[in-house]
Design a protein around this ligand. Structure first.
Ligand code: FEO
Ligand code: CA
Ligand code: CA
Ligand code: CA
Length: 569
């Protein structure tokens, strides 16, 4: 299972060099064209939204939001639908009239709330390529104020009740939508990552011990991260609404085919800084969801449903009624899933789900180097997870106090490059209690280093990268790897250029660079058209004036095709 040198390349393209400019690059014979940019109208009544001056708050939930991230495609009755996340806002870009991007009034905050979340949109292809179908009945913006329902064992618990929702069943909004997932029954999963940053306190943080421990572990502070929602929208003021943060940090299910449907927050999948949610079926048809918690020293999770999925059957409870576990990796290449139960944690079920991080600490889960996307190989019973980087391993415990020793799948202390771990479930069953694991790749820089920081044998001066983050297998079994790292192209990162997307052969271990993003950007989010002749790739937080060439930089999805019309995965 070790990465072997291959003699014949599986890659249907000629790898490209690292780049440092403000353009997108793809291999010869391919082209990349913009599908949708921040500010593009999804409805004709929002045309002309003024990006330079800042458009009206009333139109800000009628346009394509900022900072595209995870996305999935949904063929439906002849329509091509895409659901895509808008992770966060650059406030200085979205609020050009506000001093330093600091919201000056409730309208500014509403605008930021509207420009994040999720877009569901219909797209269509003609001789000029793909574009958004304006005014399609499927087009929809889901944002920080969209009504949702809370489902699963923690729904209705005292810790999720607020004065506006005393039953604890009807939260508003989904926050910091990072990675994504797709269920076998055709719904979209959007994952709430850095939800903590939107909260602040006008006054003292609550001192109740359970709340205070949770705030510390999840990073909720009186100041917040600069969104300043709490100064204009009391829902985000934890001094007034101490339980509101417990209503975020979940995986949210959306039916992209029904614009009237209410999104569902599934408490059964645990509450943490969710990266993505990779769904696969166990051998007996139970639903398995793999999830990473992207923070230094946090954990890898797995959910296994109690019920069986049957096509066309009821999906009730399949993402809530089951067992949540955390991964423990042993140094000898084996590992196990530790169940989070009242017996193993000393916590009640709702507390296990609301404070999953604390539950994971209590059972001795392995602290990881920031788990980002997880992807399951469609041709082998194995799963891959990007561990993006961690320069504090061994020197600082995580926010909950767990030590973070060097070892196992986290073998480097000053890990500025990251690695991809994979596991092979025993009995070829994703629901098995144990697994074997190895490292598919350790990123590094063989041009600068000759020790462990040079990376594994499948990293060369010609394909090197840092900070693997997004990841997806295509239908041919190639593993696509997207990066969100340092693009200075200097020092430890010399020769690595801009962030990029590479293809990996899971069998040989060979890796080849396919696409480079514009300077300053992260490449994140990947899905395909139904006919597999187009791959849609997300470009988040570009620099310069990409893609327009003048004016503000605009995060966008690009459609990548072959000039000969061939398949692209
Ligand atoms: Fe939003 Fe961990 O990436
Ligand atoms: Ca990410
Ligand atoms: Ca990242
Ligand atoms: Ca990002």
């Amino acid at each position: 299972r070790a990465a072997l040198a291959s003699t014949t390349s599986r890659f249907p393209f000629t790898p490209i060099d690292a780049q440092t400019d403000e353009q997108i690059h793809v291999p010869q014979g391919y082209r990349a064209r913009v599908l949708a940019r921040w500010g593009d109208a999804l409805f004709t009544d929002a045309e002309g939204y003024d990006l330079a001056e800042g458009g009206p708050a009333a139109a800000s939930d009628r346009i394509f939001g900022e900072n595209t991230d995870g996305m999935e495609s949904f063929p439906f009755r002849g329509h091509e639908l895409i659901a895509v996340n808008h992770e966060y806002t650059n406030n200085d870009i979205n609020l050009p009239a506000a001093q330093d991007g600091v919201p000056a009034n409730a309208d500014d905050v509403l605008k930021l709330q509207n420009l994040q979340g999720v877009t569901v949109m219909e797209i269509a292809e003609d001789e000029n390529g793909w574009s958004v179908v304006k005014d399609s009945p499927f087009n929809r913006r889901i944002h920080h104020n969209t009504p949702m329902v809370l489902a699963g064992p923690a729904a209705g618990h005292a810790l999720v009740q607020t004065s506006a929702d005393p039953e604890g069943l009807n939260p508003l909004g989904t926050l910091n939508n990072c990675g994504s997932g797709k269920t076998p029954w055709g719904t979209y999963l959007t994952c709430e990552e850095n939800f903590n940053g939107y909260f602040g306190a006008n006054g003292e943080l609550p001192t109740d011990e359970l709340l205070a421990v949770g705030y510390t572990r999840y990073g909720i502070s009186a100041e917040g991260w600069g969104y300043d929602y709490h100064k204009w929208d009391a829902r985000f003021d934890v001094a007034a609404n101490p339980n509101e943060p417990h209503r975020h940090g979940w995986v949210v299910e959306i039916d992209p085919t029904d614009p009237q449907s209410t999104p569902v927050k599934h408490t059964g999948l645990g509450r943490f800084k969710h990266e993505n949610a990779e769904v696969v079926l166990a051998r007996d048809g139970r639903v398995v969801v793999y999830m990473g918690d992207d923070e230094r020293g946090e954990f890898l999770y797995r959910f296994v449903s109690n019920g069986i999925y049957t096509p066309g059957g009821s999906t009730e409870g399949l993402l809530d009624d089951g067992q949540l576990s955390v991964a423990k990796f042993n140094d000898d290449g084996t590992g196990e899933w530790l169940d989070l139960t009242p017996e193993s944690t000393g916590m009640d079920m709702a507390e296990i789900l609301i404070f999953s991080r604390s539950a994971g600490s209590r059972v001795g889960a392995t602290t990881m180097d920031r788990p980002e996307w997880i992807s399951v190989n469609p041709y082998a019973v194995e799963a891959y997870c990007c561990l993006t980087n961690n320069t504090r391993r061994g020197t600082r415990p995580n926010a909950g106090g767990d030590e973070t020793p060097v070892g196992g799948p986290n073998p480097r202390a000053e890990n500025q490059y990251g690695q991809i771990v994979r596991w092979f479930p025993h009995d070829d069953d994703h629901a098995a209690a144990s697994f074997d694991w190895d490292l598919y790749v350790m990123a590094g820089n063989p041009a600068v280093h000759s020790d462990a920081y040079a990376g594994s044998a499948n990293v060369t001066a010609g394909n090197m990268f840092n900070a693997p983050d997004g990841m997806a297998f295509d239908s041919t079994g190639l593993l696509w790897i997207q990066t969100d790292g340092e693009d200075s192209n200097e020092g430890d990162f010399a020769g690595q250029g801009n962030n990029q997307m590479l293809a990996g052969d899971p069998v040989s271990g060979e890796i080849a660079r396919f696409l480079t993003g514009p300077k300053g950007s992260e490449v994140t989010g990947l899905c395909w058209s139904t006919d597999r002749r187009t791959m849609f790739v997300g470009i988040q937080h570009p620099g310069g004036s990409w893609p327009d060439g003048s004016g503000l930089p605009r995060s966008a999805i690009v459609a990548v095709t072959r000039e000969d019309g061939g398949l692209v995965g």
